[in-house]
Design a protein around this ligand. Structure first.
Ligand SMILES: [Zn+2]
Length: 263
């Protein structure tokens, strides 16, 4: 018999009333009728289960909202159209496009000429010129080949030069960043050549020059670091000539995501 139903029958022959009688019946002889009553635990149990369900639902909702908030940038990127016209590629979860991190274009007020026709961010320019003087004192000629590049110039270098060379976007990205994704846009990145070995300009053979050897020994003193070392995990070809300035909070912040990939 279910626990919830307790049949109350006529009083037993014993003169002492049973406990069951005292609960369900009032001690008369007309009590041969089953009396249903609910277990006293049923209602609180239902309330408890309801509360548990509400708590679980709230936790799930809070967890989902938290995950969406944490990954809002990658989610937005996945929902947005590809960032560049003519390039049907989306940014990865860390913001990279074909291996390159996104960078803003430096405002012109922050730029100064560090060599004829080549601008750098003011702080990077000061440090480069100091580094150049120190190298010259050691008999080494550091030549500034390239510095700040506007988005328009980077667009030309990526799309037009890529097209002239019959390179796919992926092939082009291994040697040049898409516009909006170049360290050169920040004014903090520069390409350095050896004034006594111009044939090695922008070539991996630059690593065999006295200029490169001097940079490896001394560039850190001037807050310059190699952006794309050999075997870098960023997926960009080894560029011994391409260095970036990391001697200010702003520069460090800009390059922090890339720094995490290249120890
Ligand atoms: Zn470069």
């Amino acid at each position: 018999m279910p626990a919830q139903l307790l049949a109350v029958r006529t009083p037993p022959s014993s003169s002492r009333p049973s406990k069951r009688d005292s609960v369900g019946a009032k001690g008369s002889g007309e009590l041969d009728i089953p009396v249903a009553r609910r277990s006293p635990l049923a209602k609180p149990q239902r309330r408890f289960r309801l509360r548990q369900s509400l708590l679980t639902a709230s936790l799930l909702l809070a967890g989902t909202s938290g995950l969406i908030w944490l990954f809002r940038d990658p989610i937005q990127r996945q929902l947005a159209p590809p960032p560049l016209r003519g390039l049907n590629v989306r940014q990865g979860l860390d913001g990279r496009l074909l291996g390159h991190f996104p960078y803003p274009e430096a405002p012109s007020r922050d730029l100064v000429d560090a060599a004829p026709g080549i601008a750098l961010h003011r702080e990077a320019a000061e440090e480069f010129l100091a580094m150049q003087r120190a190298a010259a004192a050691d008999g080494v000629s550091l030549v500034l080949l390239s510095g700040f590049r506007s988005l328009a110039l980077q667009k030309h270098l990526f799309f037009d030069v890529g097209s002239e060379r019959n390179q796919s976007a992926e092939q082009r990205a291994r040697v040049s960043a898409p516009p909006g994704f170049s360290e050169h846009s920040t004014g903090y990145a520069l390409d350095i050549g050896d004034g006594r070995s111009v044939g090695t300009n922008l070539s991996q053979s630059f690593e065999g020059t006295p200029a490169f050897a001097w940079l490896v020994q001394n560039a850190n003193r001037y807050h310059f670091g190699l952006s794309f070392p050999a075997g870098n995990t960023q997926g960009v070809n080894y560029e011994p000539w391409h260095w970036r300035f990391e001697g200010s909070a702003e520069a460090l912040t800009l390059f922090e995501p890339a720094h995490r990939l290249v120890p």
